[in-house]
Design a protein around this ligand. Structure first.
Ligand code: 8X3
Length: 258
C-alpha cells in the first residue's frame, strides 16, 4: 500500500499548474488533501472532481492568500479535526511578473514576487511547522527552481526570490536536523503551466516563447517527483531534486527544433 495512504497533505497554490497536479497525484496515492489558493471556486470544482474519482479521499478547499499572514494562521488554526495533523506541506504558491531589468522593474512587481514567493512561504511554514513539531513527524517541500541557483537577465527579482527560497530551505533543513521532519527542495526548469502566461500579463504568443521547439515539463512531471520524494521510508531525506526537460541543461542551455 502507498505510504501516503491516509496522510494529510497541504498544498498552496493548488488551483492550477504544479499545485493542481500535486493534488491529483496525492489523491491517487490515497492522501487526504487540504487545497489552498486565492481562487477558491477553482479549488471547489477540483475538490469535487477528486472526491468523485477517489471516494475514500477527503478534500478540503481553503481560501488562502499566502501573503496574508493573518489569514494563513487563522486558516491553519481553524482546520477541522480530521485535517489538522498535516503530514506533508507543499509550499508551491509562487509567480513571476515580467522580464524587466533591475533598472526599471516596478516596485509593485517586486513586492508581489517577494511577498508571495518568499514571505508567503515563510508564513505558511511558520503556521504549519508547530503542528509537525508537536507530532514529531512531517515533511516540508519547497518549490524552488533552477532560478534558485542561477540568474538570468530579466529575471533578477524572480531569481532573487528563488535564491531566497533555496537559502531558507537549506537553513530550515539544518534547524530541523535533530527532528524526524524532512525538508526537500524541488528545482524545476521549464514547466508549462500558467507561469509564463502570468509573467507576460496574459499575452499568449509571448507566453509560448520559452516552450517553443522543445517538450517542456508538465505540472504532472513535477508532481510525480514530489510524491516520490515524500513517500520514501521516513529516515530518507531527499534534499534536492533538480528537474529539467531533456532539451534543457541550465537556465541558458536549450536545444530547440526549428
Ligand atoms: C522557472 C524557471 O528559468 O523559467 O522557475 O525562470 S525559469
Amino acid at each position: 500500500a502507498s505510504r501516503l495512504l491516509g496522510k494529510a497533505v497541504l498544498i498552496t497554490g493548488a488551483s492550477a499548474g504544479i499545485g493542481e497536479a500535486c493534488a491529483r497525484e496525492y489523491a491517487r496515492a490515497g492522501a487526504h488533501l487540504i487545497l489552498t489558493a486565492r481562487r477558491v471556486d477553482r479549488l471547489a470544482s477540483l475538490a469535487k472532481e477528486l472526491k468523485a474519482q477517489h471516494p475514500s479521499v477527503r478534500v478540503l478547499p481553503v481560501a488562502m492568500d499566502v501573503r496574508d499572514r493573518k489569514q494563513v494562521f487563522s486558516a491553519i488554526e481553524g482546520l477541522p479535526e480530521e485535517f489538522r495533523n498535516v503530514d506533508v506541506l507543499v509550499n508551491n504558491a509562487g509567480l513571476v511578473i515580467g522580464v524587466d531589468p533591475v533598472e526599471t522593474v516596478a516596485p509593485e512587481a517586486v513586492d508581489t514576487m517577494f511577498d508571495t514567493n518568499v514571505k508567503g512561504l515563510i508564513n505558511v511554514t511558520q503556521a504549519v511547522l508547530p503542528i509537525m513539531k508537536k507530532r514529531n513527524s512531517g515533511h516540508i517541500v519547497n518549490l524552488s527552481s533552477v532560478a534558485g541557483t542561477q540568474a538570468y537577465p530579466g529575471g533578477s527579482i524572480y531569481c532573487g526570490t528563488k535564491h531566497a527560497v533555496d537559502a531558507i530551505t537549506r537553513a530550515l533543513r539544518m534547524e530541523l536536523v535533530s527532528t524526524p521532519i524532512n525538508v526537500t527542495s524541488i528545482d524545476p526548469g521549464l514547466v508549462e503551466t500558467e507561469f509564463s502566461l502570468i509573467r507576460f500579463g496574459g499575452d499568449k504568443e509571448r507566453a509560448a516563447g520559452p516552450y517553443a521547439g522543445l517538450t517542456p515539463l508538465s505540472g504532472e512531471d513535477i508532481a510525480e517527483a514530489i510524491v516520490f520524494a515524500t513517500s520514501r521510508r521516513p529516515h530518507v531525506q531527499i534534499s534536492t531534486m533538480q528537474i529539467f526537460p531533456t532539451n534543457q541543461a541550465s537556465v541558458y542551455h536549450f536545444h530547440r527544433e526549428q
